[in-house]
Design a protein around this ligand. Structure first.
Ligand SMILES: O=C(CO)[C@H](O)COP(=O)(O)O
Length: 150
């Protein structure tokens, strides 16, 4: 699985922790880091999250993991990219349903909301879930896509 990651300065430290974890995970074949890379880089979250979400939309990454202070700004930004379904989540059940019910390709987290150990646990679980296009949820997700395309 190819994962695009991005964070603003509030999320940089957690992004680095999670990127290292992803790089060590055998399920992950590539981590694409869209920045920021230094704590004095104060670029705002929208272009960073949008760049990572666009990589998913173009098929260059399978999923994206985006970090800001709350995860909310990254989530709103990523959801503006056509074809992207992004969610903020900090718990195991929500990340599971975000994939299995909603076919979300983007997970966003808040570095000011969740600690690194819980975040690592939740991201590890996230990697293990896949969407079943034959499930009853698929028709509901298709309704979202149809609205977007109309
Ligand atoms: O959490 C953020 C956006 O949702 C971001 O890290 C900080 O945004 P700000 O409160 O507007 O500075």
């Amino acid at each position: 699985m190819r994962i695009a990651v991005a964070a603003d300065d509030a999320g940089l430290e957690l992004k680095n922790v999670l990127s290292r974890m992803l790089s060590d995970d055998p399920r992950v074949t590539e981590v694409q880091d869209h920045g920021v890379h230094a704590p004095d880089d104060d670029r705002p979250y929208p272009p960073l999250g949008i760049a990572a979400a666009e990589a998913v939309a173009r098929g260059e990454a399978d999923r994206a993991l985006l970090i800001c202070g709350t995860g909310i700004g990254m989530c709103i930004s990523a959801n503006k990219v056509p074809g992207i379904r992004a969610t903020v989540a900090h718990d195991a059940y929500s990340v599971e349903r975000s994939v299995k019910s909603n076919d979300c390709q983007v997970l966003t987290m808040g570095a000011r909301v969740v600690g690194p150990e819980l975040a690592k646990r939740v991201v590890g679980e996230w990697l293990g879930h896949t969407f079943d296009p034959a499930s009853p949820s698929a028709a509901k997700v298709a309704r979202i896509s149809a609205y977007e395309q109309s």
